[in-house]
Each structure stands twice: as structure tokens, then as C-alpha cells.
Design a protein around this ligand. Structure first.
Ligand code: DX5
Ligand code: ZN
Length: 223
């Protein structure tokens, strides 16, 4: 089983305390910083962007985990400051099928790690043809666009099904990243079902309570 990693959703972090929050993430060896990029078109919200990614890269060595919720990402990738070791996710639903592989190629060419993101209402079966080209799947457990939603029913079963597909096709080294309503109760169940990267926001570590205590609690639950 892949080691569990935590990727806090920065759209949920208090912008007025962001620098201190990043220092706390560093002290707690947080693995990734999840950055939600929303274009108001692919999703009905606007959020974070190119400057945010660039400033974050200059501020910390924690790898970025850029979640592009934008329509037709292929020609927009150049605008983003990512490089070696960062994760970049593009959505299956956001583009023409012919653009998906070229997106992965562009991401890989910069040393970053391509992930394919998928909405809760899309069958995980569509992912299998891309397994050879990606480092992981970003499995949405809410519909993308807003923090603070409830997990879509059937999400645990989708994780289980995808983990089985990966293992049975010889792609057990691929990550399953879960995003949306990852709370203290559901995270261990998601872990058991086969997820290994956990996007955590208002439902857990960036909700009420002390940040370091919240991270410790989540780590203990993930094992
Ligand atoms: C969606 C975002 C948020 C994130 C927020 O792409 O990344 O939905 O999950 O965390 P929660 O769901 O805990 O508010
Ligand atoms: Zn996200």
C-alpha cells in the first residue's frame, strides 16, 4: 500500500494568516499543497490562479498539487508555475478527448506528475486507457467548485473499484487522491478503500481547532 499523504486545500486556508499556515505545514511535514484553480466556466466559481501558484512556489519547498478546474487546459498549462515533483491534475470532463494525452505530455515535459481528475458522476472505467500515462487519479468525492460540501454517496465504492482496477492491471503504483469532504470519520474509510493522497479542507484540518493538533489527528487516523 502506498504511504498516506496529506494535501491541504489552500482555498480553505485563511489568506490573512497564510504565511504562518505554510510554516506550520512545513513543520508538520505536509506532503503537498492543493491549489484549486477555477475558471468560472468548467465550474461555477472562480478561485486561485497563476500568480498564486508562482508566489507559493517562491515561498515554500512543499510540492504543489495544482487542481485545474478549467475548460480546455491544454493551452493554459504554460501559464502555470509548476515544475519537478509537483502534481498537476486536469479533468477528464474539461476537454476534448484528443487533448488529454497532450496535456500529460506537457506536464511530464516539465518534470511534473500528471494526474487525471474525474467527477463523481463519471464511471471510473473511462480512466483505464490512461493508466500508462499518469501518476495518479484525482477522484472527486464532491462535485468540484465549492468547499464545505457533503461527500457524494457511492464514493467509497468508487475508490474500491478504482484501486482494484489499478491493481489488476499492474498499475498498483498509481496514487488515488480523494478531494471533497475528507473528514476525520471518512478519511480512514477512504484509506481502507485504497486512497493514498487526501485533500483536506474545512471538513478536517482547516476547520475548527489547532492546526498542528488537527494534522496530528488526521495522520494518526490515516496510519
Ligand atoms: C475542491 C476543493 C475543496 C476541498 C475543500 O476541488 O479541493 O472542495 O475539498 O475541502 P472540504 O470539502 O473539506 O471543504
Ligand atoms: Zn481540489
Amino acid at each position: 500500500m502506498l504511504r498516506a499523504a496529506i494535501s491541504p486545500s489552500l482555498m480553505c486556508a485563511d489568506i490573512f494568516n497564510l504565511r504562518q499556515i505554510i510554516r506550520d505545514f512545513e513543520k508538520n511535514s505536509i506532503e503537498y499543497l492543493h491549489i484549486d484553480v477555477m475558471d468560472g466556466e468548467f465550474v461555477p466559481n472562480f478561485c486561485l490562479g497563476t500568480d498564486y501558484c508562482r508566489r507559493m512556489k517562491a515561498e515554500t519547498d512543499i510540492p504543489l498539487d495544482i487542481h485545474l478546474m478549467v475548460k480546455n487546459p491544454l493551452n493554459k498549462l504554460e501559464a502555470f508555475g509548476f515544475d519537478e515533483g509537483d502534481i498537476v491534475s486536469v479533468h477528464y470532463e474539461s476537454q476534448a478527448k484528443d487533448d488529454i494525452l497532450p496535456c500529460f505530455k506537457k506536464i511530464r515535459a516539465r518534470g511534473a506528475r500528471p494526474f487525471l481528475a474525474i467527477n463523481p458522476d463519471k464511471s471510473v472505467e473511462v480512466l483505464s486507457e490512461y493508466f500508462d500515462e499518469i501518476d495518479g487519479v484525482l477522484l472527486m468525492t464532491v462535485f468540484p467548485g465549492f468547499a464545505g460540501q457533503k461527500m457524494v454517496e457511492g464514493s467509497l465504492e468508487r475508490i474500491t473499484a478504482l484501486r482494484r482496477m489499478l491493481d489488476e492491471s499492474g498499475h498498483g503504483n498509481l496514487s488515488i487522491e480523494v478531494d471533497g469532504n475528507v473528514n476525520y470519520e471518512k478519511a480512514p474509510l477512504m484509506r481502507k478503500a485504497g486512497a493514498d493522497i487526501f485533500v483536506v479542507g474545512t471538513s478536517s484540518i482547516l476547520g475548527p481547532g489547532d492546526l498542528t493538533e488537527n494534522i496530528t489527528k488526521m495522520r494518526n487516523l490515516l496510519g
